[in-house]
Design a protein around this ligand. Structure first.
Ligand code: COA
Length: 155
């Protein structure tokens, strides 16, 4: 049986933490879809096209799409077996648990949680945007292939 997994997120920008989850997810799914959520309530620094370009640079063999609306609608359309989410620390659990329950109730889809490597347990896209804004070192936080794209945002 083919297992299609969807890893949704805002990826503003993608980080080494996201890449860690992508690598782990690829071992579990036959087909992984990275889904960039376009959220009107969350103003993004990067456009969906820029996020797609960055994700393609770090995971070229993966299907990458942008979506608006409910993730369960995308999951149904793509005939996904499960959603994938990373857990960085205990504080991620409660909101993720709520989302997983809601998605299960609305669309009957399971969420598979993957533990983030402890090196990435402190990481967030906001933190990376702030380091980039102050021209700090990014090599421990983002894949080198996308560093230039991030730097370009803070000339
Ligand atoms: N490594 C690094 N950072 C990580 C991470 C990891 N493994 N896991 C999470 N993060 C960070 C992200 O960088 C992001 O940081 P930021 O807030 O500083 O930008 C933050 O954690 C939130 O992560 P994200 O994956 O973007 O989650 P979200 O809560 O913003 O959005 C969606 C989650 C997109 C999956 C969810 O909102 C969704 O499905 N939206 C579609 C609409 C829908 O169906 N809603 C109903 C859901 S029940």
């Amino acid at each position: 049986m083919e297992h299609i997994g969807i890893f949704p997120g805002t990826f503003d920008p993608p980080t080494l933490g996201h890449l860690d989850i992508i690598r782990k997810a690829k071992k579990i799914c036959n087909h992984l879809i990275i889904a960039i959520a376009i959220k009107p309530d969350k103003k993004s620094l990067f456009s969906p096209e820029e996020k797609k370009e960055m994700l393609q640079k770090i995971s070229s063999d993966t299907d990458i799409i942008a979506f608006q609306g409910l993730i369960i609608e995308l999951a149904k359309q793509k005939k996904a077996s499960f959603l994938i989410r990373g857990l960085r620390s205990e504080s991620d659990f409660e909101p993720e648990f709520q989302m997983a329950q809601a998605n299960k109730r609305m669309g009957g889809i399971e969420t598979l949680f993957l533990m983030a490597d402890e090196r990435y347990s402190h990481m967030s896209s906001t933190l990376i945007r702030e380091i980039a804004y102050f021209k700090g070192p990014l090599h421990d936080f983002v894949p080198k292939e996308i560093e230039a794209m991030i730097r370009k945002k803070f000339p």
